[in-house]
Design a protein around this ligand. Structure first.
Ligand code: NAD
Length: 340
């Protein structure tokens, strides 16, 4: 039950992204309060807890057992998403879990069933759904201003090296995969949001830089349920930062990039639909947390459901499977007979 003083939240995993969740709670002071922080690294838990004025734990079960929580935000390495979510559901806590939902489809199913049985809200942090410029682009495309979507391309780079991120990201056991599961899941979500249709089939290829145990590069052709084909490229080596999507429609095209915002091209005329916004990720994290708090309070469905997140995971796993077999792979739970 959510008290009148707002949603009392515990954070599990006081790493990089947890900072953004705590900052989001600060923006929603009357609705959400971070009251406890847990990390196996006591110093990390203490530092973040001090920022939030929260209690400190090094064991999430001890934090859950201590009581005084309505919900948890889980921001730990990917392989721990399932066990800690199951523990939270067993403790009757609502869950906002960072992406990807899990590393294996069957774990995601178990998590959804456990949260449903416990009657707790379960949302997954596909935060791009809350980014103002992407929402503007999706709204513009859905309005039909440039006609039906025909093809799309998504291109994203990330520095995928030991020096640039905590070690577990390059450990297949803890991360469950490499750049596809980590960054590619954002790209898949973004394409589905902009095309307005889920991916059903994937042909893909992955590659790992020598000496790295997870894939650092991937290319894929995605087929959406509405027939749109999209190319996806996630690159972890060498290239400068790029985050760019192009959606080509029957009467024009839309380009979305982190640096230039959203532009429409129609009949030789370029029009800016949304300017790039500094600090928009902070606003997106606050909007995500506000949506989660509302869902907990009203027993409503959050914007990003775990069932949706399971489809994103399924698409990433289909890309891996296609990389192994060389064939077209249907996304689990979305099997359609037609070929690519
Ligand atoms: N939405 C986004 O834009 C975004 C961006 C970055 C990361 N992420 C996701 O957030 C999650 C965390 O990523 P990160 O970059 O913050 O990683 P991180 O390594 O910085 O933080 C993870 C934290 O979890 C802690 N931890 C490990 N095992 C634990 C346990 N059993 N109990 C409690 N704490 C434990 C680690 O000590 C570490 O402090 C991942 O799922 C990642 O994919 C999302």
């Amino acid at each position: 039950m959510v008290t009148t003083s707002g949603l009392r939240v515990g954070i599990v995993g006081a790493g990089t992204i947890a900072e953004l969740h705590v900052a989001a709670a600060r923006q929603l002071a009357s609705q959400v309060k971070v009251v406890a922080v847990c990390d196996v690294r006591a110093d990390a838990a203490e530092k973040l807890a001090a920022e939030a004025g929260a209690r400190v734990y090094t064991d999430h079960l001890a934090m859950f057992a201590a009581g005084g929580l309505d919900a948890v935000v889980i921001t730990v390495p990917h392989a721990l998403h399932a066990p800690i979510t199951l523990d939270a559901a067993a403790a009757g806590l609502h869950v906002l879990l960072e992406k990807p939902i899990a590393t294996r489809h069957e774990d995601g199913v178990r998590m959804i069933e456990a949260c449903r049985a416990a009657g707790v809200t379960f949302a997954v942090g596909h935060v791009l759904r809350f980014v103002p410029t992407l929402r503007a682009a999706a709204g513009y495309l859905a309005s039909g201003a440039v006609g039906e979507v025909m093809v799309a391309s998504e291109r994203r780079t990330a520095d995928y090296t030991d020096a640039s991120r905590p070690r577990w990201f390059l450990d297949p056991e803890m991360a469950g995969g490499g750049i596809v599961l980590n960054v590619g899941t954002h790209s898949i979500d973004k394409l589905q949001m902009l095309v307005g249709s889920p991916v059903t089939h994937v042909t893909g290829h992955v590659a790992a830089r020598p000496g790295v145990a997870v894939e650092t590069e991937a290319v894929a052709l995605l087929r959406h349920a509405d027939g749109t084909r999209a190319t996806l490229s996630v690159t972890g080596t060498g290239l400068p930062f790029t985050d760019e999507t192009e959606i080509v429609c029957a009467e024009g095209a839309v380009r979305i990039s982190r640096g230039e915002g959203v532009w429409s091209f129609r009949g030789g005329v370029a029009t800016q639909i949304a300017a790039p916004e500094s600090g928009e990720m902070n606003r997106a994290f606050a909007a995500q947390l506000a949506d989660f708090a509302r869902a907990c309070e009203e027993g409503a469905v959050p914007l990003v459901t775990p069932e949706y997140a399971l489809g994103v995971l399924g698409t990433a796993l289909a890309l891996y499977e296609s990389g192994r077999t060389g064939g077209v792979v249907a996304v689990e739970g979305r099997a359609v007979k037609e070929e690519m």
